[in-house]
Design a protein around this ligand. Structure first.
Ligand code: PLP
Length: 410
């Protein structure tokens, strides 16, 4: 007999996006002529930057010649040329000293944020924001760090930190002690960002408690306000207590190409039960290289092109394109009379639903009356009830049309 890992049975069904798809298909079947516009997807729509395409083509040519062919990426943590470009452009340019040995290239921030918990003990207390990117929670459930889910969908054993209008969607450090803290700024789904002072409070809490922050900065490239930190390492002392995740997915349209990286500073330590401090970086590398053989050379060459002069200019144009959609969504909905958050430093707009209407009910209203698909906030956690998430990844024509329709029904 083979025993299943029963932790997987605690997982709530992947309910959100299948349910959105089901409702959308049912509506389309009943109204075949309706032109549905999706403002729910979290995937990019614009093509890769020409500089990236050129670099990838060149890399393919190199792979086609014996003299320049490359096999496994030695060590599996990424080519030096890419790690150097990251160090210089993402960190040094912002006054942060990161060594290339502290940067580990991977095929996605989803994998990295999901897998990171494996190297930490099962009895760590995990804290997450509510609403939350579900990967942080589900991977801890799979690992056995939680009990069952409650009716509200909250797992026993996890500390949920509500992100509400009152705290500007940025949680305060908890009164009690937690060990592993997932923070995501700019935030998916709320679009909120944390100031340097707010992050400094977290760094202070984490240092006092010998805890670790897992900082997901997948949307860093969307920050437009000058005072908002792009990296948690811009806060003094953060290198002692924080791991940072970045991705080329939303920065440079790599959702279908796959490339990301994680930064683990050398001084970051976790502890054995007998009180010994252990460097976290080598343990993550040990795990990474045991289970993963590296990102393809062609992909890494494409990622490095993001940091060239042309690459920077071109990816900025694409981000500006999405953010002009975000501005339009924010301003139009505001004029109609909705309260909206986000959309300034993130491609997500968090719309507050008026009059206590539930987020699925509002989703249905927008689908049935405006033929617009959104994402119900409740799908990201119980504190997301009362909100829907809109994304800025569409085309301006679709965004304008969707807003026009929402205006007519409001
Ligand atoms: N982190 C957050 C907060 C995200 O929203 C996403 C994707 O939607 C990811 C990570 C995944 O990034 P990647 O495509 O690099 O796996």
């Amino acid at each position: 007999m083979t025993w299943i890992n029963e932790n997987y049975l605690k997982l709530q069904a992947g309910y959100l996006f299948p349910e959105i798809g089901r409702r959308r298909r049912a509506f389309q079947a009943a109204h075949p002529d309706a032109k549905i516009i999706s403002m729910g997807i979290g995937d990019v729509t614009q093509p890769l930057a020409p500089a990236v395409v050129k670099a990838m083509k060149k890399a393919v040519e190199e792979m086609g010649r014996a003299e320049t062919f490359k096999g496994y990426d030695d060590g599996g943590i990424g080519y030096e040329f890419l790690r150097q470009a990251i160090r210089d452009n993402d960190y040094k340019a912002r006054g942060v000293e990161i060594d290339i040995d502290e940067i580990i290239i991977s095929d996605g921030a989803k994998c990295d944020t999901g897998n990171m918990q494996e190297i930490f003990g099962l009895d760590n207390v995990v804290a997450v924001s509510d609403p939350v990117y579900p990967v942080y929670v589900d991977t801890n459930v799979m690992a056995g760090r939680t009990g069952a889910a409650s009716e509200k969908g909250r797992y026993e054993g996890i500390v949920y930190m509500p992100c509400t209008e009152e705290n500007n969607f940025v949680p305060q450090p908890p009164a009690g002690k937690v060990d592993l803290i997932y923070l995501c700024f700019p935030n998916n789904p709320t679009g909120a960002v944390a100031t340097k002072e707010q992050l400094a409070e977290w760094v202070d809490y984490t240092r006092r408690n010998k805890a670790i922050i897992l900082f997901d900065a997948a949307y860093e490239a969307y920050i437009s306000e000058p005072d908002i930190p792009h990296s948690i390492y811009e806060v003094d002392g953060a290198k002692d207590v924080a791991i940072e995740f970045r991705s080329f997915s939303k920065t440079a349209g790599f959702t279908g190409v796959r490339c990301a990286f994680t930064v683990i500073p050398k001084q970051l330590k976790a502890y054995t039960k007998d009180g010994r401090a252990v460097e976290v970086g080598p343990i993550w590398k040990r795990r990474h290289c045991t289970k993963f053989n590296g990102v393809s050379y062609v992909t890494q060459a494409g990622a490095a092109a993001v940091y060239t002069k042309d690459g920077k200019k071109q990816i900025k144009q694409t981000i500006d394109f999405y953010m002009s959609n975000a501005r339009l969504i924010r301003e139009t909905l505001g004029k109609i009379g909705y309260t909206v958050y986000g959309g300034v430093n993130a491609p997500y707009i968090w719309l507050k639903i008026p009059d206590g209407v539930g987020s699925w009910e509002f989703f249905d209203t927008l689908l049935n009356k405006a033929h617009v698909v959104t994402t119900p906030g409740a799908g990201f956690g119980s504190a997301g009830e009362g909100y829907v998430r809109l994304t800025a990844f569409g085309t301006p024509a679709n965004v304008e049309e969707a807003l026009k329709r929402i205006k007519t029904i409001s």
